[in-house]
Every structure is written in C-alpha cells, then in structure tokens.
Write a protein that binds this ligand. Structure first.
Ligand code: NAD
Ligand code: GLY
Length: 362
C-alpha cells in the first residue's frame, strides 16, 4: 500500500507517493498525468545500469517514448557542464516545452536533473524518482535544485518544484550500507528539529535499519517527508522557517569544503555538523550534556562520524563564512532547544563557532 504525502503549494502542489515496488506504477502515473512527446530520463552511471532499462520498458509498454541521459555518478559531477550535456540529449531527443523529465537517482541526480528541468526551454516539469535514503527523505522534496561551483557547494541553482515524487523503497535494496546510514543522518535531523518520536524510532531500530530491513525504514521515510512537506508548504523559498531543515548544515557544509568533498558523504558531514550544533546549544544553555550525548549515541549507532580529529578548525570557519547561507557575513545557526525543537540564531560569535568545531577534534 502506497502512502501519499501532499506538498501543499497552491497551483504547484504535488504528491509524494511512498511504498514498496511502486516504481511499477509509473505507467499508471503517466496515464493519469498525460505527457506529450518524448520523456527524458536522467540517471547516473551506477543507478542507470540497475534500473533505467526497467523504466524504459515500463514507458514503452505505456506507449511513451523515452530518451535516457546517464551522467557520471558522484558529487564531483554536480557541475554546470552536466546541465549543458543533459540539455543536449533532450534537444537531440526532440523534447519540447511540454515534455516531462524523470530524475532517477540520489540527491546528485535529483539536484542536477531538477536544475536542468528548471532551465530547459525556460522550465519543464520533472518527476523525482529518488533511489537513496538521502534523496527519499530530503532532496527529492521541496524543489531546491543546484550544481556546485568550485568556489562553493550548491551555489548555482533555482527553486523548481517537481510535479511529483515517486518513492519506491525497494530501490534501496542495492544501496550500500554506508549510503543507507548517511541518509539516516538526515532522518535523525528531522527527529531533532521536529519529532522526538521519530528520533526514538531511529534509536530503537538502528540494528534492523543497518541490516537493510526496509520495513523499519517505512515510518521514518514517510514521517521525514511529512515534516519536510509541512515546512516547505509554509516557507517554500527559505525566507524564514525552512532554514530549520539546515540543522547541522552550517557546520556540515564547512566540513565538506574543508575535507574537499573527499572524506565524508554529505550525510556524514551533516552528522558531524549536528554534533557541533548540539555542543553550541549546550554552551548557550539551550540543551544539556545529556542531549549532546544522546544525539551522539544515536548517530554512532549508524556508524556516522561524531568526531573528526583532523578537522582544520580555522579553515572550516573560513569556509562557513563564505557559505551561501551567510548573508552579509552573518551566519545563521540552527541550534537545538530540546529533542524536537530548534531555534535560529544569528548572534553566534566566531569564538563560539570555533569552540563548537574544536569539540569535534576529541
Ligand atoms: P548521490 O546522489 O551521490 O548517491 C550516492 C551514491 O549512491 C552514488 O554513487 C549513486 O550512484 C549511488 N546510488 C544511488 N542510488 C543507488 C541505488 N539504489 N543502489 C546503488 N547505488 C545507488 O548522493 P546522495 O547522498 O543521494 O545525495 C547527496 C546530494 O544531495 C548532495 O549533493 C546534497 O547537496 C544533495 N542534497 C540536496 C537536498 C535538496 O534539498 N535539494 C537535500 C539534501 C541533500
Ligand atoms: N535540505 C534543506 C532544504 O531543502 O531546505
């Protein structure tokens, strides 16, 4: 049975369908939402060989022509050049303003294909088919699309909402355990910012989830989508509330930059970032030491990093100040106030930020 979560954005509202083996409903989806002409499918060099042929067959059976564009996998390929290449394939395939683009892959494919959909012919609809935990609980929802510039992550991009999100949990069966755990960092993040029950579920089911038991992931995926959908519906363009979804990200992005995107997966950097944010919260007297250690223990249960002895603290602080989330040099930190609530703070001194970063070196 598929669950449906609505992202309520007026005329740009869309449904997130979550279930087991629901990829095979794609033909039905396209019948309900008729497409004209050829459909474009963007995937990557790892996911494509696993699932693109199945989708191609499904579309052919539904009488829909499809051109496939496979980009090289990995964060290093989240570059502007990929957009030109994707648009080249779409033009060659005869896609036009009424065409639909499918994004089949993790957060990298979703962000790149979403940006291509936002630009191609000044914007065409796209459907997210996320294949990692990060993408199923976070990146496929909310319409943030982007590529990286050598000077900064996600610095070239647009808000472009998908027309739907099809979450087939069975696609996670081929995902390596390290990637599953990295995605769990984003689920734990949702627990800390909005729902202590979700956090407790992640504490209690770490063993099953790490073993790849998809039934233990059903509730956290659906609940994460609900939390994100509710926040995005209130603040689509991150003018205020949406920033809470960046819990752990101010520190985390700096850690990704300081490690040259080579040491940690995105979710792992977010794990370290959440640890630093919790220490900051404790220094501000907003949470106690028990909160810091409880969050650390939960992350550790997923083998997520909670310390980085080699962290170049000063370099990370400099990276933070250049982050696009800094406005006029003012950094915004999302700081926990309890399990399930956070506050936004723009009054954090360099000294406080440095001490929070330094706490990761132990
Ligand atoms: P990813 O897309 O690089 O996927 C991780 C790896 O797993 C890749 O090698 C990929 O090819 C492989 N893979 C994907 N699905 C697979 C499957 N089912 N089986 C086997 N292998 C599979 O990384 P990610 O963690 O999914 O996403 C990280 C990216 O998402 C970052 O660029 C981050 O900035 C972005 N992000 C965006 C948002 C947003 O709101 N737009 C939110 C969170 C993260
Ligand atoms: N991942 C943070 C956001 O979508 O706003």
């Amino acid at each position: 049975m598929a669950r449906t979560v609505l992202v309520s954005l007026g005329e740009r509202s869309y449904e997130i369908q979550i279930g087991r083996n629901i990829l095979y409903q794609l033909g039905e989806y396209l019948k309900k939402n008729p497409v004209t002409g050829t459909v474009g499918l963007v995937t990557d060099s790892t996911v494509g060989p696993l699932y693109a042929d199945d989708i191609h067959s499904l579309l052919t059976a539904a009488g829909v022509k499809c051109v496939i564009h496979s980009m090289p996998a990995g964060e290093a390929n989240k570059r502007l050049q990929r957009i030109e290449e994707i648009c080249g394939t779409l033009l060659e395939g005869g896609l036009d303003r009424g065409s639909l683009l499918l994004a089949l892959g993790g957060g990298v494919v979703g962000d790149v294909a979403g940006f291509a959909a936002a630009c191609f012919m000044r914007g065409i609809p796209f459907l997210q088919i996320p294949t990692t935990v990060v993408a199923q609980v976070d990146s496929s929802v909310g319409g943030k699309t982007a590529v990286n510039h050598p000077r900064g992550k996600n610095t070239i991009g647009m808000f472009h909402q998908p027309c739907g999100v099809l979450i087939d949990m069975d696609l996670l069966k081929t995902l390596p355990t390290r990637e599953i755990c990295a995605g769990c960092a984003e689920i734990i993040k949702h627990g800390v910012i909005a729902d202590s029950n979700l956090f407790a579920h992640m504490e209690q089911h770490a063993g099953l989830i790490r073993e790849g038991d998809l039934s233990a992931l059903e509730y956290p995926i659906a609940r994460s989508c609900e939390i994100k959908a509710a926040v995005v519906a209130k603040d689509e363009h991150e003018l205020g509330l949406r920033a809470i979804l960046n819990y752990g990200h101010t520190f985390g992005h700096a850690i990704e930059t300081a490690s040259h995107y080579a040491t940690f997966l995105h979710g792992e950097a977010v794990s370290l970032g959440m640890c630093a944010a919790a220490v900051l919260g404790a220094e501000l007297g907003l949470v106690d030491a028990d909160f810091v250690s409880r969050q650390r223990a939960c992350l550790t249960a997923y083998s997520l990093p909670v310390y980085w002895p080699d962290l170049p603290v000063e370099e990370a602080l400099a990276a933070m100040k250049k982050d696009k989330k800094a406005r006029a040099g003012t950094l915004k930190f999302i700081v926990p106030t309890s399990l399930g609530t956070v506050v936004q703070r723009t009054d954090i001194t360099d000294g406080q930020a440095l001490r929070a970063l330094a706490s990761l070196k132990q």
